[in-house]
Ligand binder design. Structure first.
Ligand SMILES: [Zn+2]
Length: 220
């Protein structure tokens, strides 16, 4: 892999997208870009677009797609993006995907690939609702995939008190998944029509997902 690569990572909430983006960053020197981080950086740097975003947020309004696109445009000019970037969690909708493509095309830096981490809803629901942690040391467990060796006792510290996150329940997870299917997953079709969609099986183990992504990247 030598040339600059610009990619979008797409996948439902709970698919491990952020973790994978970080791993690609570490392995390739491409930069992981999330809109939250970019927004904080632009505001901190007090760049023109950062000041605009700050004013909008202080007025209690949502940052518009135009501002976000402007922020991405500014961010990807930075020297650390020389090897390319991985957009993580953006675009989130067809209008954003269209605006992003236009901006990149205007800059003669088209997107090289859109990688979808494909995972069935039921798998995500099972993965998220089964999570629990040791209340004492924070060790993570799962009802199905990672049970403590002795039922009800933490492997790491021996405590028997566990907790579950309130939003790790089926209803919340399903609500987030439907929002994803309604607003975001149409961008999968968008990138497919653009001829740059690659699909990776997200039901594999986390290391195998990384391997699959790296393989796709090498072929871009
Ligand atoms: Zn523990």
């Amino acid at each position: 892999m030598n040339a600059t690569k610009r990619i979008v990572l797409i996948g439902p909430p709970g698919c491990g997208k952020g973790t994978q983006a970080k791993r690609i960053e570490d392995a390739t020197g491409m930069v992981q870009l999330s809109t939250g981080d970019m927004l904080r950086a632009a505001v901190a740097a007090a760049s023109p677009i950062g000041l605009k975003a700050k004013a909008v947020m202080e007025a209690g309004q949502l940052v518009s797609d135009d501002i976000i696109i402007g922020m991405v445009a500014e961010r990807i000019k930075a020297p650390d993006c020389a090897k390319g970037f991985i957009l993580d969690g953006f675009p989130r909708s067809i209008p954003q995907a269209e605006a992003l493509s236009k901006m990149l095309a205007d800059n003669k830096q088209p997107m090289n690939g859109a990688i979808e981490i494909r995972v069935p809803d039921q798998f995500i629901v099972e993965r998220i609702t089964g999570r629990f942690t040791c209340a004492k040391c924070g060790a993570g467990y799962h009802d199905k995939f990672q049970k403590p060796a002795k039922d009800g006792v933490c492997d790491k510290c021996g405590a028997s008190d566990f907790s579950r996150r309130k939003d790790d329940n089926e209803e919340t997870v399903r609500t987030r998944l439907s929002a994803y299917h309604e607003v975001t997953s149409p961008i999968v079709g968008f990138y497919d029509r653009a001829g740059i969609l690659k699909v990776v099986d997200g039901t594999q183990g986390i290391d195998d997902v990384t391997k699959s992504i790296m393989k796709v990247l090498a072929e871009l």
